[in-house]
Design a protein around this ligand. Structure first.
Ligand SMILES: [Zn+2]
Ligand SMILES: [Zn+2]
Length: 145
């Protein structure tokens, strides 16, 4: 198991000849975090002040169709977006909501075994592991700040 890194927006911009809006969204996501469309809007507006939330959603859809952005939603929470190229799984802290990318090479093998037993093909698997992250576990429940 291994953390996956964010993407290099500059590199992708030259490779895919991205428009200003697409490049700005990738830069907003460059730190590898999982952000809501609203948070992406705030970050993009620092570079392109006139951008609307509708444009953010449309541009995210395009970036998803190219395969540069992935969407993650869990337990009814608002969808979060990330700039990631590789298929990966997620660790979610139930206390602070932090989402961490992890690679679990065994997950697909196991899913394929289960799916084939039930006659499924075209198998995919999205693993979400929930728990309390190390940072939250360190903080006593009574502490503030
Ligand atoms: Zn946490
Ligand atoms: Zn992710």
């Amino acid at each position: 198991m291994q953390d996956t890194k964010g993407v290099d927006a500059g590199l992708l911009q030259s490779r895919y000849r991205l428009t200003k809006q697409r490049a700005a969204i990738l830069r907003a996501l460059e730190d590898g975090r999982h952000l809501s469309a609203e948070t992406i809007l705030e970050r993009v507006r620092a570079q392109l002040p006139g951008v609307s939330l509708g444009t953010i959603y449309r541009t995210l859809d395009i970036l998803r169709s190219i395969g540069l952005v992935q969407i993650f939603s869990h337990a009814g929470a608002a969808a979060k977006y990330e700039a990631a190229l590789e298929k990966h799984h997620h660790l979610v802290c139930t206390q602070c909501g932090e989402v961490t990318n992890v690679n679990v090479s065994e997950a697909l093998t196991l899913s394929q075994t289960i799916a084939h037993e039930h006659g499924f093909d075209d198998v995919d698997c999205a693993l979400v592991v929930t728990g309390r992250c190390a940072r939250c576990a360190d903080v006593p429940a009574t502490a503030s700040g």
